[in-house]
Design a protein. Structure first.
Length: 222
């Protein structure tokens, strides 16, 4: 039997070791989500374009990013980009940029599906009102696409939060790193990893339930 002892995980220890990492994990998730959705929307519009010089580079970017493990992208960016620009970026900044660029490929596919789910009659109606392509997308198509894809976008964001634990590979101080440091300092790695897993589960499961309720409300509105 394991001799487990969680008594050392006092509020002071949590605030000293874990809260800093939790704050960075949340920050990384929010920044990567907002940046990824913005860039992913641009990529989705490029992929749907009839111009090959827009569609082909976007498709190559999305397919490449979706075919490479995230931890490899994190390591490549952290190790190679400083050689190109001539100075280190730091683990936190590298993580933010890498996650934004990587998640954009996944958000792009979600947005592309959302845009294609809008009936073509909506676009024709926009043109009939005298709108150009940009106005039709901005005022008619994209608002409906965002509403349709909101549960899927939020589900991808939950996955993004889970993936933030991979920044341990470059030494960034995230939520998991905070628990790991506390476990090493107090010689209780098993307990800290168990608590970390429980916390990740509680957060992600709760958010998944909220997304499910949101999906039901959106379905009722339709």
């Amino acid at each position: 039997m394991l001799n487990l002892d969680f008594a050392f995980l006092t509020p002071q220890i949590i605030s000293s070791y874990v809260l800093k990492g939790f704050a960075f994990s949340l920050q990384l998730t929010l920044v990567a989500m907002l940046g990824g959705i913005a860039l992913g929307t641009v990529l989705a519009l490029m992929r749907l374009s009839s111009r090959p010089w827009l569609a082909l580079p976007a498709a190559a970017y999305v397919n490449t990013m979706r075919s490479i493990p995230l931890v490899m992208v994190i390591l490549w960016f952290f190790l190679l980009i400083p050689l190109v620009i001539g100075r280190p970026l730091g683990a936190e900044m590298s993580a933010v940029i890498t996650f934004t660029l990587f998640e954009a490929a996944y958000y792009s596919e979600i947005m592309r599906a959302g845009i294609q789910s809008i009936p073509k009659g909506q676009v024709a109606a926009g043109y009939a009102l005298g709108m150009n392509y940009g106005q039709t997308m901005r005022l008619i198509v994209l608002p409906q696409a965002f509403r349709n894809m909101l549960p899927v976008l939020l589900t991808q964001t939950i996955i993004l939060f889970q993936d933030t634990s991979l920044v341990y590979a470059i030494g960034a101080y995230d939520l998991l790193k905070g628990f790991e440091v506390a476990g090493k300092n107090f010689n209780r790695p098993v307990e800290t990893y168990l608590v970390a897993a429980t916390l990740y589960f509680a957060i992600c499961f709760s958010l998944s339930m909220l997304v499910r309720k949101l999906q039901q409300r959106i379905a009722i509105i339709r």
